[in-house]
Design a protein around this ligand. Structure first.
Ligand code: AMP
Ligand code: MG
Length: 408
C-alpha cells in the first residue's frame, strides 16, 4: 500500500535535501571570517581557522616499541651478547658498541647502529649478565622509525576541521600550545508562544513549560556557538518586531514556534515587512513548516515549536547550517544502514525521522511518535529514517542516525 502517489501532495512539499542545500548555500554566502588564537585547552567544539602543518618529525628519532634489548642483527651469531648500556624513555643513548646489546625500554630512543629490538620475553639473561636471544629476529623489528606518524612540513589538519579531544591531542603532540579558531557564531534563541512559561514558575491554565529553549541553548553551546538567550516572545506582532530589532548584532536568530502558517505567524509577518521570507513546507516528519529569511540583514531560522519537530529540524537543517557558517565541510550526520525491527505498512508523503534505538542489531522505535513528545527522543539513541513513499517489512533496511553524532 503506497499512499504517496495518491495524495498528490508530495510535489508541493520540499524534499529535505533541497532545503538543506539552500540553507548551506545561504551559510556559504555569510561565512564567519574573524578568528581568534586560543590555548589548546579551550578549543573543544571549535573550528580550526587555518591549516595545521607539522614542524616536527614524529617520532623525532627511532624509538623502541617494547621493553627489551636493542642490537645490530649482524652481531648476533648465537653467542650471548654483553649489555653495554641501559636506556629509558627520556634519555638519549650513546651509539651502540659493536658486539654488544643495549637494555632498552618502551619509548626510549634506539641507539645509532642498532637495527632491531627484541622483546625481553624472548631474551635469556645468563649468569654472567650476557643475553641470549631465543627467537629468530628481523631487521627493524619493534622499532618505530623516525617520522612514522608525521614528517615536518606535512599537512596534519585542514582549516574547517572541528576540534575535539583527539584533534587537541594531535596538536599537543606537535607542540602547539594553541591554535587559531573561527570566532564563535552568535546565535539568539527565541521561544515564541503565549502559552509558554519558564520552569520554576507556577503553571497557569492553558500554559506549558518552555522546553525548547534549554534544548537549543545547550545544543548550540556544544556546537561552539555563543548563545544569546532572548527568552520567551509572546504571540504579538509589535513585540516580535521589537525583539528582532534588538537582536541586530547576532549572526543568526533562531526561533521556535509560530511558523505553522496559522494566524499567529508573527515572525513571518515581521520578516516579510522588514526583510525577506521563505516559508518552506518540508517533506519531513516531525517538522514540515520551516521559516528561513532575514530581518533587515540578520539571518533568521524559524523552527516548528513541537519539541520533537524542533529537535529533528534543528539536527538535520539548522545544525549543518551553523557548522557550514564556521567553514566546516562535512556537515551531514553519520548515517548507516540497519535492519528494521518494526514494520511500516503505510507509506507517508514525508520523510520520517522516528526516534529509535538499536536492539540486537535492529532498529526499534518508541511507541509514541507524536511530534509533541520529547520523551521519545530521551528514550532514543538515534533517528530512524524512513523515506517518503516507502513501506517496510521487519528486516528491511533503514538508515540510523546516532543522536550522539548529531548532538556533538
Ligand atoms: P507552534 O509551532 O507555535 O504552532 O507550536 C506547536 C506546538 O508546540 C504547540 O503545542 C506549542 O504549545 C508547542 N510549543 C511551542 N513552543 C514550545 C516550547 N518552547 N516548548 C515546548 N512546547 C512548545
Ligand atoms: Mg505557537
Amino acid at each position: 500500500m503506497n499512499r504517496a502517489g495518491k495524495t498528490g501532495k508530495t510535489g508541493s512539499l520540499m524534499p529535505v535535501e533541497v532545503a538543506l542545500a539552500r540553507l548551506l548555500e545561504m551559510a556559504e554566502a555569510s561565512p564567519i571570517v574573524e578568528h581568534e588564537f586560543l590555548p589548546l585547552a579551550r578549543v573543544e567544539g571549535r573550528v580550526l581557522a587555518e591549516d595545521l602543518v607539522s614542524t616536527l618529525d614524529l617520532p623525532p628519532w627511532p624509538n623502541s616499541a617494547m621493553d627489551g634489548y636493542a642490537l645490530n642483527l649482524a652481531d648476533w651469531t648465537g653467542t650471548p651478547l654483553p649489555v653495554s648500556q641501559k636506556v629509558f624513555a627520556g634519555q638519549f643513548p650513546e651509539p651502540l658498541q659493536p658486539g654488544t646489546c643495549v637494555r632498552i625500554f618502551t619509548g626510549a630512543p634506539v641507539p645509532a647502529g642498532a637495527d632491531c629490538v627484541e622483546m625481553q620475553e624472548n631474551a635469556e639473561v645468563q649468569a654472567d649478565g650476557c643475553v641470549r636471544f631465543v627467537e629468530r629476529m628481523t631487521v627493524g623489528q619493534n622499532i618505530r622509525p623516525q617520522g612514522q606518524e608525521t614528517t615536518a612540513g606535512e599537512l596534519i589538519l585542514t582549516a574547517g576541521t572541528r576540534l575535539g579531544p583527539i584533534e587537541q591531542g594531535l596538536c599537543a603532540s606537535l607542540g602547539c600550545a594553541g591554535v587559531k579558531v573561527v570566532r564563535k557564531v552568535r546565535v539568539a534563541v527565541i521561544s515564541t508562544g503565549d502559552e509558554l512559561v519558564e520552569p520554576g514558575q507556577p503553571l497557569g491554565p492553558g500554559q506549558i513549560y518552555n522546553s525548547n529553549r534549554v534544548v537549543l541553548c545547550s545544543w548550540l553551546q556544544r556546537l561552539g556557538c555563543e548563545v544569546i538567550d532572548a527568552g520567551i516572545l509572546p504571540d504579538d506582532l509589535s513585540l516580535t518586531r521589537a525583539r528582532l530589532t534588538d537582536l541586530q548584532d547576532v549572526d543568526l536568530i533562531l526561533s521556535t514556534g509560530g511558523v505553522s502558517v496559522g494566524e499567529a505567524d508573527f515572525l513571518g509577518i515581521a520578516l516579510r515587512e522588514e526583510g525577506e521570507l521563505a516559508l518552506w513546507k518540508l517533506a519531513i516528519k516531525p517538522g514540515k513548516p520551516l521559516t528561513f529569511g532575514h530581518f533587515r540583514n540578520v539571518p533568521v531560522i524559524g523552527l516548528p515549536g513541537n519539541p520533537a519537530s524542533t529537535l529533528v529540524t534543528f539536527a538535520l537543517l539548522a545544525r549543518p547550517y551553523l557548522l557550514r557558517r564556521q567553514g566546516v565541510q562535512g556537515v551531514e550526520p553519520l548515517k548507516f544502514p540497519v535492519p528494521a525491527g518494526f514494520a511500516w505498512p503505510v507509506a507517508g508523503n514525508r520523510r520520517e525521522y522516528l526516534r529509535g534505538r538499536l536492539e540486537q542489531g535492529r532498529a526499534i522505535v518508541y511507541r509514541n511518535q507524536s511530534s509533541g513528545v520529547l520523551r521519545s527522543a530521551a528514550w532514543a539513541d538515534g533517528l530512524v529514517e524512513v523515506l517518503e513513499g516507502r513501506t517496510l517489512s521487519e528486516g528491511d533496511q533503514v538508515a540510523f542516525i546516532p543522536l550522539s553524532d548529531l548532538l556533538g
